[in-house]
Design a protein around this ligand. Structure first.
Ligand code: DX5
Ligand code: ZN
Length: 216
């Protein structure tokens, strides 16, 4: 069964960003994943608006912005302005999560909540009805190229059951360490959108890897 692949540009070669985006445009990926890190919520700083702006000008894909920052509500309007189609914010980083999700949706974007590996699914109880997608981190956020945490598979199975038990169609996105060896198990567990950074950009033929990840 095919699924949505979202290549993460965190792993791309920024000296040829335009070419990397053109490659994704030609591929079977439907989303392009943009990791914004603030150096506080996560121990790393990635990039911000100028890169999103550059991606937006070239990409034909859904601009999926993953905000790894404290109080992301400060910047939702700016991310909209610079071209986000979908924004996910961390449960662990938002005091007024409901308000932040409402703001994302009111600006016409898809809204997602991200859970760190240690955060249980039941924290979604009073917000799941508002979400287009839930992003389960399958590594601790902050860096590309980490190893997939195996217990994520059971968490996906549990989240799928949880969503179905509420008669919802919320999508499940998985981010971190996704590759050709584990993608079948991830899909079979119930995930819909797969973020893939290193496994795409470090491969000999990224376009073929994206197709393989999608169709495997
Ligand atoms: C990690 C980021 C991921 C990262 C994935 O904090 O949220 O999106 O780019 O990279 P890989 O696929 O290399 O684990
Ligand atoms: Zn991400």
């Amino acid at each position: 069964m095919s699924s949505i692949i979202a290549p993460s540009i965190l792993a791309c070669d920024f000296s040829i960003l335009g070419e990397e985006i053109e490659m994704i445009n030609k591929s079977d990926a439907e989303w392009i994943h943009i990791d914004v890190m603030d150096g506080m919520f996560v121990p790393n700083i990635s990039f911000g608006f100028p890169i999103l702006d550059a991606v937006r000008k070239k990409t034909t894909k859904v601009c999926d912005v993953h905000l790894m920052m404290h109080q992301p509500e400060r910047y939702i309007q700016d991310f909209k302005k610079y071209g986000a189609d979908a924004i996910s914010v961390h449960y662990e980083a938002c005091t007024h999560l409901h308000r932040t999700i409402q703001e994302i949706k009111s600006l016409g974007m898809k809204a997602g909540v991200v859970l760190n590996p240690h955060t249980p699914i039941h924290v979604l109880d009073n917000i799941i009805y508002e979400l287009d997608y839930v992003l389960l981190m399958s590594v601790n956020p902050g860096f590309g190229g980490q190893k997939f945490i195996p217990s994520t598979i059971q968490k996906i199975i549990d989240l799928k059951k949880y969503i179905q038990s509420k008669n919802l169609t919320t999508l499940i996105q998985i981010d971190g360490g996704v590759d050709l060896n584990n993608i079948v198990a991830i899909k079979e567990a119930g995930a819909d959108i797969m973020v893939a950074g290193s496994s795409v950009f470090n491969s000999a033929n990224p376009i073929e890897t994206i197709t393989a990840l999608r169709n495997k």
